[in-house]
Write a protein that binds this ligand. Structure first.
Ligand code: SF4
Length: 77
């Protein structure tokens, strides 16, 4: 799940900026939030969502991807 709007995703794609997505297999373990709290937060259902940013570089997203126990996080471009 992502909080990014279709328009925001379009702008990121136009700039070829990679952004993370979280699929619906998230079990809400909180690991990605602990590692990259500037990128991920848990929604009202306890699932991780991606916070809107202009860039996701230098945000430890790769560390969150590695830490996710169910491989819910992927890069999109
Ligand atoms: S690390 Fe994976 S399972 Fe845990 S909250 Fe983040 S996306 Fe969900």
């Amino acid at each position: 799940m992502t909080l990014l709007t279709v328009e925001q995703i379009k702008k990121l794609k136009e700039k070829w900026i990679a952004y993370p997505i979280v699929d619906d297999t998230c079990i809400g373990c909180w690991a990605c939030v602990a590692i990259s709290e500037e990128v991920f937060k848990l929604d009202d259902e306890g699932k991780s969502v991606v916070i809107t940013r202009n860039s996701y570089e230098d945000c430890s997203v790769d560390d969150s991807i590695s830490a996710c126990p169910v491989d819910s996080i992927k890069w999109e471009k």
